[in-house]
Design a protein around this ligand. Structure first.
Ligand code: UD2
Length: 311
């Protein structure tokens, strides 16, 4: 079994990835500064003797070098990031440090200590607001936020490191990920996390626009599985792939599932569409299948039902 270092291990995607790695018998070193991650997300992982958690900032000089030198991982899954697009606009310097400098330090540590693979949390945000659907990996990269710019720059950093040192770099362009442990704190948090909290609290949700907008919503369990595959499956080569389902789900579809589970909660209210909101987003999932053997398996309806049960 392998040794895997997970940055951002206490975050939404990081904690699910850690859980799946441990379940598969790997040894995991988790790194998190708890800026947006929560120790409680790792409650189960912390009971495992194969898991160690290090409180540290990946973007601080020397941190990754020291940890990689000591732990000698077979692979690094780099998920630590500034995750809010909105925050990247408000604080571009912080975005640069957490989303670009951190990647440079991860790549440098991997090269210095002979790590074989890096799996990176990229984003569909690198495609900007294209209306050319479905989005495949050849779609022009035209990010419209500092967040998207940083994810694209990080891909470049990792592919250059792969060219120079022979390590394998896998960049996962996540679409709209949802599931347990996603933080609904900001109005710009993922819509499903916001809806889950509102329904749980007995409050009606607000739909911006007519609710017919669609997204390629993918369960965090599928996303974590893609991370595990990319880090551990033999014979994988460097590349970037969309991590998506290839299926469009509208907000009205999402609300229908919640409403059926919470019949006492008042009906949604409708408000004007958000400025700059895109109407449809949909990924083309074939490259992940070809390069990783990854196909999303969890239907949105059952992932929503699971989320509601743990709500
Ligand atoms: C993603 C980013 C967002 C921005 C956008 C650019 C995430 C979570 N969000 O938004 O920051 O960069 O891409 O395209 O990565 N909605 C409601 N009610 C609510 C909240 C949201 O109706 O309470 C709508 C929202 O207006 C949108 C849809 O739900 O039409 C999905 O919103 P989202 O923020 O979850 O995801 P997205 O892809 O629009």
């Amino acid at each position: 079994m392998g040794k895997i270092l997970v940055t951002g291990a206490a975050g939404f995607i990081g904690s699910h990835t850690t859980d799946q790695l441990l379940a598969a018998g790997h040894e995991v070193l988790g790194v998190d500064n708890f800026r947006t991650g929560h120790r409680s997300n790792l409650e189960a992982a912390l009971r495992s003797t194969c898991f160690r958690l290090e409180e540290a900032d990946v973007s601080a000089a020397g941190v990754m070098d020291g940890l990689v030198k000591e732990f000698r991982p077979d692979a690094i899954i780099h998920l630590a990031a500034l995750v809010s697009v909105q925050e990247s606009i408000q604080d571009p310097d912080l975005n640069q440090r957490l989303n670009v400098t951190a990647t440079e330090l991860v790549a440098a540590a991997a090269r210095a200590h002979g790590v074989g693979r890096i799996v990176f949390a990229s984003s569909a945000a690198i495609y900007g607001d294209t209306t050319d659907l479905p989005i495949d990996e050849e779609t022009p990269k035209q990010p419209i936020s500092p967040y998207g710019e940083a994810k694209l720059a990080s891909e470049g950093i990792l592919f250059a490191a792969a060219e120079q040192s022979g390590l394998t770099a896998r960049c996962h362009r996540y679409f709209n990920v949802f599931g347990p442990r996603q933080d609904p704190a900001s109005p710009y948090s993922g819509v499903i996390s916001i809806f889950a909290r509102r329904y749980r609290d007995g409050k009606p949700v607000t739909i911006y626009g007519d609710g017919k907008q669609t997204r390629d919503f993918i369960s965090v369990h599928d996303v974590a599985r893609a991370n595990v595959l990319a880090a551990t499956r033999p014979g994988i080569v460097s590349g970037a792939a969309n991590i998506c389902t290839g299926r469009a789900t509208s907000l009205l579809d999402v609300v229908r599932v919640f409403a059926a589970h919470y019949p006492a909660v008042p009906a949604p209210s409708f408000a004007e569409a958000r400025k700059g909101d895109i109407i449809h987003s949909l990924g083309w999932p074939v490259r992940a299948k070809e390069q990783l053997g990854f196909v999303a398996e969890v239907p949105v309806e059952s992932a929503l039902s699971e989320l509601i049960k743990t709500n």
